[in-house]
Design a protein around this ligand. Structure first.
Ligand code: GCW
Length: 692
């Protein structure tokens, strides 16, 4: 029954391995012998429990209760929220304003007349829970506890996970087993796994989750009926214990499908009334319900377009229904024509989101957030940043990332995505001149928006290690860390994760760090040259198929012929997409001279003989990248093998199995792509390597 527990992958980064070094253990124990917690409710109880569990596991002892009268010289931990004790308030004194309504916290250590103290202080209970997880991390990563003065405030208000789980137990784009939430069209009875997931999420600061797929089918539509809500309520309780608010994806046509109405027109009074009644019921059962996540008028989902209304009409109607209870509507911008005629060269899918939503800027209510995918297409390994970031100035927004590796190797290939996300967050939109990063538009700080943040599609399922590929856990961890603080570096996040998940051994750390840090470039080099994307098998999106989408309706083309390749998205001769950016970015992309190599084929159609900034021709770059990428994929396996003695057999073999698979599959990618372009162009490889 407890099979997953024996798997070291199950605990993720919350392994809390017993500390072997007696000296270190003693030093830590001296700080942690007593515990005082003021307050009983909610997350604070969770925080206390987590602290005790972690200390017991790492130090082998539980702290005893501390009272004022307790004799001194024993280190005490004081855990609490603002106002609960002088020490807690002292720890939080650094913040003057703005912090008290956030999930921030502080960790302060020192010595007073009663002995050593360690204050774990949250502005809120949620903050106190984060302080505990942070403190336990200090032990996991063997940090010094003397003189701590840690102060943390999250940069993003919303730090959200989107599950694409269906009630039949399947997961759209899931690569790690079945859903942990549903079975046979019911919410699961046993919530153990859901609770363990909530722990993982809270430990990296996540505070919101939507628990069903944005494609809301028949059964999921019923989650907001009275009967459905009794089960949803149980889920909400589990997450509440970890400071995570629960959201549901809703079906815009619900008034018809479950409400007995004949329309879902957002301006119809009966429709609005129906949603208000649903909201009242939802909040009577789940007072802290987060709100609705909505995919409307996208990939065959219903939406306001059916009634000649726009997205603001749709979102605002829902926002009015849940607004009085503090709810938020998160409305996705992934809207485009998925029935395009490939012969039509004037329609450009990349332009669609901006074209749909820019005219509505400023028209959404304050409790609506637009959720925007990082790029204008769809989670490719390389895309430019969506121009809606920096475009929208009077609308709340949230950046949507995809942790699940739909287009990045499906958790069979290693692809640490944090470097990609960092590029997005650091990207300068120039919306208010230089220094207008995506991180600042998404968080809401740049345009002083009331709401904002980051959301990502989860990569977990019921596999005993959650993510299939053990190393894919780094992406879930990394997303949480970045949502908390987008300024963290991809390296630092990786190091933390390695130490917590595997070991503090320097060889393990160095080797694994390189593997992770190189992995995205490696994956890109054998799958998607120069920003072109989409050369995958249709539907499941795994493996090479250069023309898989070339004559399809989805608007995803590379336009390769015997002379050249790429999509002309310039204003002067192409679709004009480049003009959706602010200057100077629009000019950078518009001109062949300044467009960065890695996005060249996204913005330009060029001959195979075009010379890149690297000095190579496009065709030679394609050959080189694919040969080298496949070699590097193989080298990942060799590196991993060097760690065999330092990693438990189960996890080592499980990863090894996937790396073998990746190395083989990389060769298939290499040959399919090289052969395709050799046949198209007739140009030979300068290095005379084998092209079939
Ligand atoms: O990337 C595409 C996926 C769909 C997904 C859609 C979306 C949930 O292929 O499976 O549907 O994006 O983001 O809505």
């Amino acid at each position: 029954v407890n099979e997953p527990i024996r798997d070291k992958g199950y605990a993720g980064w919350l392994r809390y391995e017993s500390i072997e070094d007696e000296k270190v253990k003693q030093i830590y124990s001296n700080w942690c012998s007593m515990l005082s917690v003021t307050g009983q409710s909610g997350c604070l109880q969770t925080a206390k429990q987590e602290l005790i569990t972690g200390l017991q596991a790492m130090l082998g002892v539980q702290p005893s209760d501390w009272h004022d009268s307790t004799s001194n010289h024993l280190g005490r931990i004081v855990l609490g929220v603002a106002g609960s004790s002088p020490l807690i308030d002292q720890a939080l004194a650094w913040s003057n304003h703005g912090a008290s309504d956030s999930d921030g916290y502080a960790i302060l250590s020192g010595t007073d007349e009663q002995g050593r103290y360690l204050a774990l202080a949250g502005f809120t209970e949620r903050g106190a829970l984060y302080a505990v997880f942070h403190f336990l991390k200090l032990l996991q990563t063997r940090k010094e506890l003397e003189g701590l003065a840690i102060q943390e405030i999250p940069r993003n208000g919303l730090r959200m996970i989107n599950q694409w789980d269906n009630m039949d137990g399947s997961i759209e784009r899931g690569y790690a087993g079945k859903s942990i939430f549903y079975e046979n069209n019911r919410i699961v009875e046993d919530v153990t796994r859901v609770r363990d997931y909530a722990r993982l999420l809270a430990s990296v600061g996540m505070n919101a989750i939507s628990i069903n797929n944005v494609n809301v089918h028949q059964w999921e539509t019923k989650l907001i009926t009275n009967q459905g809500l009794t089960d949803v309520k149980r889920m909400a309780e589990v997450f509440r214990g970890y400071g995570i608010r629960l959201y549901l994806s809703i079906n815009f046509a619900s008034p018809i499908e479950i409400g007995g109405l004949t329309t879902a027109d957002p301006l119809d009074l009966d429709v609005a009334k129906w949603w208000r009644a649903r909201a009242e019921e939802i909040y009577s059962q789940i007072p802290d319900f987060g709100g609705f996540l909505v995919k409307a008028d996208s990939e065959f989902r219903p939406g306001p377009f059916t009634y000649g209304r726009n997205h603001a009409d749709g979102a605002n109607m829902l926002a009015e229904a849940i607004g009085p209870y503090g709810g938020t509507v998160i409305w996705r911008c992934f809207v485009y024509n998925c029935l395009q005629d490939w012969r039509d060269r004037s329609t450009d899918r990349a332009k669609a989101a901006y074209d749909h939503f820019m005219p509505l800027d400023g028209e959404f209510k304050d409790n609506v957030i637009l959720q925007i995918k990082n790029g204008p297409m769809d989670f490719q390994v390389r895309e430019p940043v969506s121009p809606l970031f920096g475009g929208l100035t009077r609308t709340n927004q949230v950046l949507e990332l995809q942790i699940t590796q739909e287009y990045t190797g499906q958790q069979r290939h290693l692809c640490y995505l944090v470097p990609q996300w960092k590029e997005v967050l650091d990207y300068d939109t120039y919306a208010l001149g230089e220094g207008s990063s995506v991180a600042s538009t998404a968080s809401g700080s740049l345009f002083k928006r009331p709401l904002g943040g980051m959301a990502a599609v989860s990569n977990i399922g019921n596999d005993s290690n959650w993510t299939g590929h053990d190393l894919a856990q780094a992406n879930l961890f990394g997303f949480g860390r970045l949502a908390w603080n987008p300024s963290l570096s991809a390296e630092d996040i990786a190091k933390e994760w390695i130490q917590m998940t595997f070991s503090c051994d320097s060889e393990v750390e160095a080797t694994l760090l390189r593997m992770l840090m190189d992995s995205r470039d490696i994956y890109e080099s054998y799958t998607a040259p120069l920003g072109v994307g989409w050369m995958v098998n249709p539907n499941h999106h795994y493996g090479p198929n250069v023309d898989g989408y070339e004559y399809a309706k989805w608007g995803t083309y590379h336009f390769a012929d015997c002379k050249g390749i790429g999509v002309d998205r310039t204003l002067s001769s192409g679709t004009g997409y480049s003009a959706q950016y602010h200057s100077p970015q629009s000019n950078v992309y518009e001109s062949l001279d300044s467009c960065p190599d890695e996005l060249l084929l996204f913005f330009h159609h060029v001959p195979y003989t075009h010379r890149l900034k690297s000095g190579k021709t496009v065709i030679q770059h394609i050959y080189d990248a694919h040969f080298e990428g496949a070699e590097q994929a193989e080298a990942l396996l060799n590196k991993w093998d060097l760690l065999a003695a330092k990693i438990d057999t189960l996890r080592h073999e499980r990863v090894r199995y996937r790396l073998v698979d990746q190395a083989e599959h990389a060769k298939e990618w290499r040959d399919a792509i090289n052969t395709y372009f050799y046949r198209k162009s007739g140009i030979k490889d300068e290095h005379h390597r084998m092209i079939y």
